[in-house]
Design a protein around this ligand. Structure first.
Ligand code: ZN
Length: 185
C-alpha cells in the first residue's frame, strides 16, 4: 500500500473519511480529535493550520517538534501510524517551484534526521515519505506544501481494515511529541 492509496491525510478529507465510522471506534482511535474538530467546526478554523501553528509560538500545543532555519517538523494530528510527522517550509507556498534552494535542501536534511529519529524510536519495517500537491492529489492544506514522513509496519494496513471496531491507535500524540522532540531538538 503506497502513499497514494492511503486514506487521505488532510483535515477536510479526514473528517469525511472518519465520518463513516462509529463514534466508539472513532474515539478509541483518536480521542484528541474531538477537541480539534470542535475548534474547526466552531467557525474558528485558521486559514492555514501551518501558518497558524507557527504564529502561536506554543510548540507543545501545536505539536511542532522541531524548528529549523527555513522549515519545521510538526506532528500530524490525524496520524496514519504513530510517529506520522510533516516537514513544512515556513513560507506559505503550494509548489516546490516556489521554494528556494536552501529551503529544499533543509527539507531533505530534516527528512534524513526524521527518518533516523523514527527508526530509532519506533523500529519500523519501512517508511513512507510523500507529498500531495493540489486537491486532486489529496492535499488537505492546499496552500502550504508539506512532506509526510511516517513509519510503517508489515501488516499495519491489514490491522486497520480487518479489526474494524476494535482498532486502537497505539500511542497518544503527547507521547509521540515528547519522544520525537527529545531526539530532534
Ligand atoms: Zn501557510
Amino acid at each position: 500500500m503506497g502513499v497514494l492509496s492511503m486514506p487521505p491525510f488532510c483535515v477536510m478529507l479526514c473528517a469525511r473519511h472518519f465520518g463513516k465510522e462509529s463514534d466508539a471506534m472513532d474515539y478509541l482511535w483518536s480521542p484528541w480529535r474531538y477537541q480539534y474538530m470542535a475548534l474547526v467546526t466552531g467557525g474558528k478554523q485558521p486559514e492555514c493550520i501551518f501558518c497558524d501553528a507557527l504564529a502561536r509560538k506554543d510548540d507543545a500545543e501545536t505539536l511542532i517538534v522541531h524548528r529549523g532555519e527555513k522549515t519545521f517538523v510538526i506532528l500530524n494530528r490525524f496520524p496514519y501510524t504513530s510517529g506520522h510527522v510533516m516537514i513544512v517550509p515556513y513560507a506559505h507556498v503550494s509548489e516546490l517551484n516556489s521554494c528556494d534552494a536552501a529551503t529544499l535542501a533543509e527539507m531533505m536534511k530534516l527528512a534524513q534526521g526524521t527518518e533516523m529519529a523514527l527508526r530509532t524510536i519506533y523500529k519500523p519495517d519501512g517508511m513512507n515519505l510523500g507529498m500531495n500537491l493540489g486537491r486532486a492529489a489529496g492535499a488537505g492544506v492546499l496552500g502550504h506544501l508539506h512532506l509526510h514522513v511516517l513509519p510503517r509496519w508489515i501488516g499495519d494496513s491489514n490491522f486497520m481494515t480487518v479489526t474494524g471496531e476494535t482498532r486502537v491507535h497505539p500511542e497518544e500524540l503527547k507521547t509521540t511529541y515528547e519522544r520525537l522532540h527529545k531526539v530532534l531538538a
